[in-house]
Design a protein around this ligand. Structure first.
Ligand code: FES
Length: 179
């Protein structure tokens, strides 16, 4: 009976130190080449995705209707396209403002986005207040904070009248957060 064969299974010849060194070297080369390939594929994709975030947005005057469409003292919602939509923005590329003709030819426009976390605020004509449904933020009709967590008044857009058209100077959606 040969005990040495049972207790020592066949495992092939032991590699020399030169072979071990070569294997380790080839492993490192493989890992390095894998990293280079991943970078070559990944950097352009990441760049494509985040580049629009760093692009400076141009201000744009956008017509939201004829002056005759707006009753003096009435606050109405006017939709307009986001002037700098990101490729993946989808429905969020649609902007809007609350617009009021204070007196003949004099308009005020507020962003619809709450300054807390950006939820769209609603105008409650009976109460003369803007109300945010998300966390109970409340704003007076001049956009200043009446109650709740909003840290700042509603953002105002510049408004002008050109050729009887009411135009809003659209800008990136101004959202702040207290998180
Ligand atoms: S988002 Fe309006 S109160 Fe929080």
């Amino acid at each position: 009976m040969n005990e040495s064969n049972d207790s020592h299974p066949q495992s092939g010849p032991t590699p020399t130190s030169a072979e071990v060194t070569r294997r380790r070297f080839l492993e490192k080369v493989s890992v390095a080449l894998g990293g280079v390939c991943a970078a070559m594929l990944g950097v352009p994709v990441v760049g494509f995705v985040i580049a629009p975030l760093f692009r400076k947005m141009k201000d744009r005057w956008i017509s939201v209707g004829n002056t005759s469409e707006f009753e003096i003292g009435r606050t109405v919602n006017v939709p307009f396209p986001d002037p700098s939509p990101l490729p993946w923005a989808g429905i969020t590329a649609k902007g809007a403002a609350w617009l009021r003709q204070d007196s003949s030819g004099q308009f005020t426009a507020f962003s619809v986005n709450c300054t807390h976390m950006g939820c769209p605020v609603r105008w409650l004509p009976d109460a003369d207040l803007f109300m945010c449904p998300c966390h109970g933020g409340v704003y007076y009709q001049d956009g200043t904070v009446a109650a709740g967590p909003p840290p700042k008044p509603l953002v105002r857009f510049e408004v002008r009248v050109a050729n009887d058209q009411v135009e809003i100077k659209a800008a990136a959606i101004p959202i702040t957060t207290t998180l």
